[in-house]
Design a protein. Structure first.
Length: 331
């Protein structure tokens, strides 16, 4: 299959055509002007020396055309390329319970957690990233993949409506990761849990310890404040507060003590989402130290380029034109 990789460079040939048109127009106007002052024979003798330079001009124009073709990079056929890269496994575990709608950190807990997760997925494009969403129960939204665009798509769509029941089932989310063992590689890597820790299940500490024993390091990002806030709920464009059984506004607060204990059990660290970009940078440094012993081999094809067949002749023509033109000036 033949193609030009950068066809946009062909506009340069238009300049060459304009230069030729300009040259012939100028010659025509010059002959017209000389015809008013003498006979054709006398004018030809006077202007005979002016036709030497245009011979070198044609070499320059041809060189320009060849340079343009070289810049457009003609390609023909394919070649196979094998690339080997080291990757690490990273799971993002996002809390989508209704308590994450609280606005004690702007614009909301869920939005802040989503932004941190998006930044992390972008920071580690070459690693395999998975996404688990949880509330009262958990499910794998995306298995481990290098398609970080898909991870970002799922993160942007995450909301409490996707949760079947309410709660904070961190333990179930971690056990899903432990169950998703790959037959190709060892099941180990990093787990990043973004949650406010409220209404957590009692299985979370045991699940994190099991994950640590299996080789997973668990980092906890606490989303919210210990002072807490009420939970705004939107319905058909109307916004109201979530109420308990006694019709009182539900107040939710970050369970920071629990989050720090879980991070310690998971052999990781606790981060506070209020740190903003600093959280992403610090966690990025932690994840950069992950063992990347697995070799992932990818094979793809690319076109063969033949720009050099036009580049070298173009440079020779232009160089010859410059030297010849210089010598004619000296003589």
């Amino acid at each position: 299959m033949f193609r030009f990789e950068h066809p946009g460079f062909f506009w340069l040939i238009g300049l060459t055509i304009l230069a030729v048109i300009f040259y012939f127009t100028r010659q025509y106007l010059a002959r017209t002007a000389w015809s008013r002052w003498g006979s054709d024979t006398s004018n030809q003798k006077i202007t005979s020396g002016q036709h030497v330079r245009p011979k070198w001009m044609w070499l320059g124009l041809l060189g320009t055309v060849l340079l343009t073709i070289a810049a457009a990079n003609p390609q023909w056929g394919y070649r196979s390329v094998a690339v080997e890269s080291k990757t690490a496994d990273i799971y993002l575990v996002l809390d989508i319970s209704t308590s994450m709608l609280a606005e004690d950190i702007a614009p909301s807990r869920l939005e802040r957690a989503r932004r941190i997760a998006l930044d992390l997925s972008t920071k580690f494009k070459t690693d395999r990233v998975g996404l688990v969403l949880f509330a009262g129960n958990a499910y794998v939204q995306s298995p481990l993949t290098t398609d970080w665009h898909a991870i970002q798509l799922f993160l942007n769509a995450a909301n409490p409506d996707q949760a079947g029941t309410q709660g904070t089932s961190i333990g179930e989310a971690l056990r899903l990761i432990l169950a998703a063992k790959s037959s190709e590689t060892d099941s180990r890597g990093a787990i990043i849990v973004l949650t406010d820790g409220e209404d957590h299940d009692t299985d979370a500490p045991d699940a994190i310890e099991e994950a640590a024993e299996a080789g997973w390091v668990t980092y906890i990002i606490g989303v919210g404040t210990e002072a807490g806030a009420t939970i705004p709920i939107s319905n058909e464009g109307q916004k109201y507060l979530k109420l308990d059984d006694k019709a009182r506004p539900v107040h939710t607060s970050l369970n920071k003590t629990l989050m720090m204990e879980l991070a310690q059990k998971g052999k990781g660290k606790y981060f506070d989402a209020t740190g903003g970009d600093k959280v992403v940078d610090e966690l990025g440094k932690e994840l950069a130290g992950l063992e990347r012993s697995k070799m992932e081999k990818r094979s793809f094809t690319e076109h063969r380029s033949y720009f050099q067949w036009f580049l070298f002749p173009a440079l020779l023509l232009i160089g010859f034109m410059v030297v010849a033109n210089y010598k004619s000036d000296v003589i």
